[in-house]
Design a binder for this molecule. Structure first.
Ligand code: NAD
Length: 357
C-alpha cells in the first residue's frame, strides 16, 4: 500500500534543505520502487503569515493521518516579537504533543571523513556513535502548574513543574532498551536523582525494567557528570536515555562532537513507530535563501524515516552509504569545509547524493 508522507518545509533554510531530501526520495521511487506519496503544507512562520497560527488545524489533521512527517525547520527574525502563543516553535510543539511523539532519537554519529571538523581532538571523537533517546512530551517543558505570579510582597516569581509519571518513564525506557539491543547493548540513564525526586523515580523505574533486557548493561549517571563525560570521553556511550530538558541540552552538546549541526538527523516517534523526522538544527536565518545550507541532516532524517516508519531499512542504509560516498569524494558545504576539499552549494550536495545512490 502506498504510504503517505507529509512534508513541512517551514522557514529559513527549511525549504532549501527539504527540497534536497525530496530529490533523494523521488530518485528512490524510480530506482527502488519506494511506494510513497508526498504532499506539502505550511508550518511555523510560513503558516503564521497565511493562517495567523503556526500550524493550521487542517495541517494538524493531515499530519495525524500521514504515515510520517518530514520537517525542515521553523523560526526566524521576522516572527521573534510575536506573542509566545503563536511563535513558530509552537507549531512544532503542537505537532509533537498531538501526534504523541514521546520518543526523540538523536544519533550523534561521526562520519570518519569529518573527524577533523570537530572542535575536539580527532582521537577523542573518531569512531563516535551515540544515540540519545530524549523524552519529548513530558517533564518540565509541559508540567503544570507553570507561569509567572506576583507574590504578596509585590515581587514576581517564575515557576515550572518537573513531573514524570511511571507510565511515561516506562515507555521511554523501553524505547531506549530496545534501541540498545539493536546496537552495542550499553545504556546510560541520565538523571539528577541526588537532588530531584522526579528523577529518583526515573532511576527506580529504569532499574525495574532492566531485568526484561538482561543483555543490556545499564549505568546511571548524574546529568552534570554526563555533560562532562561527553566531552572528556564520549566514546564510552552507546545509548543514553533521559528526560526532556536534560535531553535537549545533552543532545545539542553531543551534536557538536560530530563537527557540524548540519549533519545531524532526528526522529520523534509515537508508540506505533509513526513519526516526525527533522534535522537537529534550526532555520539558520543567517544563511537562508543563499543555497549555502548543508542538506545532509535532512537527507539523513529521511533515511531515519525509511528505517523507523516506512519499513525500508534497505533504503535507509542506501542513503547513508551515498552520504558517505559524497564525503569520500571530498564534497563539503561551507559548515564542514576544510582545506583541500571541494566546496559545494546546498543543491549541488543534494545532486551529488542522488548521483551516489
Ligand atoms: P540554528 O540551528 O538555526 O543556527 C545555528 C548556527 O548553525 C547558524 O550559524 C547557522 O547558520 C548554522 N546552521 C544551522 N543549520 C545549518 C545547516 N544545515 N547548514 C549550515 N549551517 C547551519 O539555531 P539558531 O540560530 O539558534 O536559531 C535560528 C532560528 O531557528 C530561531 O528562530 C530558532 O528559534 C529556530 N530553531 C528552530 C528549530 C527547529 O525548527 N527544530 C531548532 C532550533 C532553533
Amino acid at each position: 500500500m502506498t504510504q503517505q508522507v507529509l512534508v513541512l518545509p517551514g522557514d529559513g533554510i527549511g525549504p532549501e534543505i527539504t527540497a534536497e531530501a525530496l530529490k533523494v526520495l523521488e530518485a528512490l521511487k524510480i530506482s527502488d520502487g519506494l511506494d510513497i506519496e508526498m504532499s506539502e503544507d505550511l508550518v511555523g512562520g510560513a503558516a503564521y503569515d497565511v493562517h495567523g497560527v503556526p500550524l493550521a488545524d487542517e495541517t494538524m489533521e493531515k499530519a495525524k493521518a500521514a504515515d510520517a512527517v518530514l520537517l525542515g525547520a521553523v523560526g526566524g527574525y521576522k516572527w521573534e516579537s510575536l506573542d509566545i502563543s503563536v511563535r513558530p516553535e509552537k507549531g512544532l510543539l503542537r505537532l509533537r504533543s498531538e501526534m504523541q511523539l514521546f520518543a526523540n532519537l538523536r544519533p550523534a554519529f561521526l562520519f570518519p571523513q569529518l573527524a577533523n571538523a570537530s572542535t575536539l581532538k580527532p582521537e577523542v571523537v573518531a569512531g563516535l556513535d551515540i544515540l540519545i533517546v530524549r523524552e519529548l512530551t513530558g517533564g518540565i517543558y509541559f508540567g503544570q502548574p507553570r507561569g509567572i505570579r506576583t507574590l504578596e510582597n509585590g515581587e514576581r516569581q517564575g515557576f515550572n513543574t518537573y513531573v514524570y509519571s511511571e507510565s511515561e518513564i516506562k515507555r521511554i525506557a523501553h524505547v531506549a532498551f530496545q534501541a540498545a539491543m539493536k546496537r552495542n547493548k550499553k545504556l546510560t540513564s541520565v538523571d539528577k536523582a541526588n537532588v530531584l525526586e522526579v528523577t529518583e523515580l526515573w532511576r527506580e523505574i529504569v532499574n525495574q525494567i532492566a531485568p526484561e533486557y538482561p543483555e543490556v548493561e545499564v549505568k546511571h549517571m548524574y546529568v552534570d557528570n554526563a555533560a562532562m563525560q561527553l566531552v572528556l570521553n564520549p566514546k564510552q556511550f552507546d545509548v543514553m536515555v533521559t528526560g526532556n530538558m536534560f535531553g535537549d541540552i545533552l543532545s545539542d552538546e553531543a551534536s557538536m562532537l560530530t563537527g557540524s549541526i548540519g549533519m545531524l538527523a532526528s526522529a520523534s516517534l509515537d508508540s506505533n513507530n509513526k513519526g516526525m523526522y527533522e534535522p537537529s538544527h534550526g532555520s539558520a536565518p543567517d544563511i537562508a535563501g543563499k543555497n549555502l545550507a548543508n542538506p545532509l541532516a535532512t537527507i539523513l532524517s529521511a533515511a531515519m524515516m525509511l528505517r523507523y516508519s516506512l519499513n525500508r531499512e534497505d533504503l535507509a542504509v542506501k542513503i547513508e552509504a551515498a552520504v558517505g560516498k559524497v564525503l569520500d569524494q571530498g564534497l563539503r558545504t561551507g559548515d564542514i569545509f576544510s582545506e583541500g576539499m571541494t566546496k559545494v552549494s546546498c543543491s549541488e550536495m543534494g545532486d551529488a547524493v542522488v548521483a551516489a545512490l
